[in-house]
Write a protein of this length. Sequence first.
Length: 87
Amino acid sequence: MTNAGALLADDCPLWQSRVYCTRWDGKDKSDAINDAEFTGNILMLLREAINFVKSNTRNGWEKLPNGRKNKHEYAERAVLEALVNHS
C-alpha cells in the first residue's frame, strides 16, 4: 500500500498523519488558550481541524427586519479551503 492509500484508510497506520491546532492569546505566542493534537486518516483530520476552528472562533449575528441571521467570524467554505490547501 502506498502512503496516499494509507492516508485514506480507516485505520491509518502512518504515525506522521497528525494535525496540531493551537489558539493563541493575541499576536504574542507566549500563552496558548487552547491546543489539540489529532491523529488518524486524512478525512478525520480535516473534520477535526474544522471543528477546532469552529469552536475557537467568535460568532455574531446580523439584525434583519423579521429576525436575525447568525454570522461566523470566518466563512465555513474559507476555513475548509485554507485547511485543504495547507495539507
